[in-house]
Design a protein around this ligand. Structure first.
Ligand code: URA
Length: 293
């Protein structure tokens, strides 16, 4: 990213970056900029997006997060909690009859209304027992960008829409910084947002491999229907599901991957960024890479 580019940022974009928690400046000497941060972007753990509750940068309580799935970085030393501490009861994946979902091949033929209906009726894993709503996806169905997150949290489960909690507010700010919005009518200025899982895992736990497996055909069909020009995979589970790798996000970001021929940019999950604002500068660099595609 050149310093010229930084000078061209207008007041609105600067305000958006500030909202994201990224301070933009043209440094006098490149040597002062950390090696892994784009030359002209330096992080500042500044304001949370409007409406998001202020949180300590140390691991927040589960109550404070009310299940914002947080999954990265998987390179984090084992001693560092990767997610908000989950409440004690370990609710593993409950069993459900595996046939209670159309075949993968059938799902691959569904149009939008039929796909939405199939998700709403899905009983392929135990998450159907505890969900309030399925969380299908939102945004322009022909959007250039597709954002893929992890799984619904409490707010999403209540409202049936992805990313409506604090992490969602940060995601919206990130999109605005790129001149996009989930609700924009113009495909080139919008994003379609979906999760790997369409149902909320209870007790703030990680998606189980079986749940990811059962849900994958829905996401695959969403991607096929949107036909985005670019996918942004946010967080460990999105990355693992799309790219079939357990490589840490830190090693995958900064280059372009492919899913079914679609370019994929890997970045941190917004819920992780809320806890670790120092990494917002890296997320901004990832968004810049996305905008360059
Ligand atoms: N985190 C996600 O990954 N998805 C949501 O919808 C909400 C929070």
């Amino acid at each position: 990213m050149s310093e010229d580019w930084v000078r061209q940022l207008d007041a609105r974009q600067r305000a958006m970056l500030a909202e994201m928690g990224v301070k933009v400046w043209a440094p006098k000497a490149r040597a002062t900029v950390a090696a892994d941060v784009p030359a002209a972007v330096v992080s500042a753990p500044v304001p949370l997006p409007e409406g998001a509750s202020a949180r300590p940068t140390a691991a927040p309580t589960t109550a404070a997060l009310s299940r914002e799935p947080i999954s990265e970085p998987i390179s984090t030393p084992a001693s560092t909690p990767m997610r908000a501490p989950a409440p004690a009861p370990a609710q593993g994946p409950a069993r459900a009859p595996a046939h209670e979902r159309p075949d993968r091949a059938d799902i691959a033929t569904l149009d939008w209304p039929a796909l939405r209906e199939a998700v709403a009726a899905c009983q392929a894993c135990g998450l159907c027992a505890s969900r309030r709503n399925t969380v299908f996806g939102v945004g322009h169905t022909q959007a250039d960008w597709m954002i893929i997150g992890e799984a619904p949290g409490e707010q999403e489960d209540r409202q049936g829409e992805p990313f409506v909690g604090a992490a969602g507010q940060l995601l919206d700010a990130m999109l605005r910084a790129c001149g996009r919005a989930r609700s924009n009518e113009e495909a080139g200025r919008s994003a379609y947002i979906a999760n790997v899982l369409k149902c909320r895992p209870p007790a703030n736990r990680n998606p189980a491999p079986e749940e990811v497996l059962q849900c994958e055909p829905y996401l695959a069909r969403q991607v096929a229907l949107v036909r985005p020009k670019l996918i942004i995979a946010m967080g460990r589970f999105a990355v693992q599901s799309l790219l079939k790798t357990t490589e840490p996000i830190g090693r995958l970001r900064g280059r372009v991957h492919r899913y079914e021929g679609v370019p994929v940019i890997v970045t941190y999950h917004p819920a992780y960024l809320l806890r670790t604002p120092i990494d917002k500068a890296k997320a901004w660099a990832d968004l810049c890479l996305a905008m360059d595609q």
